[in-house]
Design a protein around this ligand. Structure first.
Ligand code: ATP
Length: 212
């Protein structure tokens, strides 16, 4: 098996246990050496984040501090403007050994709208992709993403034996949590214990985030 690095991109507005569990599960199940959480400064397809990049980064730091193999990657914060995943992945691919396997990790909600991503068909030139099933997913049955999936689908075990080019579906125990639901609960001042890491809850409360 090659050295293998997982990459989980997200807005992390805020980070929650859904993000952390998929990173941990992929690391264990695929045998990844590490998983980098790539924070999107300005996501191209979403409304602007509620909280600025520095505070979202601080929350990811707090959430990953005690988790072996998980690290925050802030390279997209250094670039001006919108962060296109394909450009970030090309840069990372360029920086590391050609025979290191890269595995981009995403949930099925991201897969469903993949054809809206900038140069989405080039992604597999730089990475493999692991797709984690999110609750309520029915599968992609037609359209360009379904065709592309059929062409590149491989067993999960193959993702770490090639530098790039394969896509695999991974089942995981469903965690029906999203940052959207977390923000709504915070606005209503609900108790979020065990849905977010305790230091992240404390940070949100100390900085009075997501309540307005
Ligand atoms: P929002 O509700 O604001 O859209 P989100 O909870 O989907 O946010 P993102 O930061 O946009 O979080 O997600 C980053 C990545 O993590 C995406 O690929 C997304 O599919 C995946 N993800 C987030 N939550 C889960 C979950 N509960 N199960 C599986 N994948 C998840």
């Amino acid at each position: 098996m090659l050295r293998a690095i997982g990459l989980l991109g997200g807005t992390f507005d805020p980070i929650h246990i859904g993000h952390l569990r998929i990173a941990i599960e992929c690391r264990e199940r695929l045998g990844l050496n590490e998983v980098k959480l790539l924070l999107a400064a300005i996501p191209p397809l979403k409304r602007s984040p509620n909280v600025g990049p520095q505070q979202r980064a601080a929350m990811v730091e707090l959430a990953t501090a005690q988790v072996p193999g998980l690290t925050l990657d802030t390279r997209e914060l250094q670039r001006q403007g919108v962060s296109y995943t394909v450009e970030t992945l090309a840069l990372i691919r360029n920086e590391i050994d050609a025979d290191t396997a890269l595995v981009w990790i995403m949930g099925t909600d991201s897969l469903e709208q993949l054809d809206r991503w900038h140069r989405w068909q080039d992604l597999l030139d730089f990475v493999n992709i692991a797709v984690l099933q999110r609750p309520g997913w029915q599968g992609v049955s037609h359209g360009p993403v379904a065709q592309w999936l059929a062409q590149h689908l491989c067993p999960p075990g193959q993702l770490c034996s090639q530098p790039s080019g394969g896509i695999a579906l991974l089942e995981q125990p469903p965690l029906a949590i999203s940052s959207t639901a977390v923000r709504a609960a915070l606005r209503e001042r609900k108790n979020l214990q065990f849905l977010l890491p305790a230091p992240v809850i404390e940070y949100i409360s100390d900085n009075d985030l997501y309540t307005h």
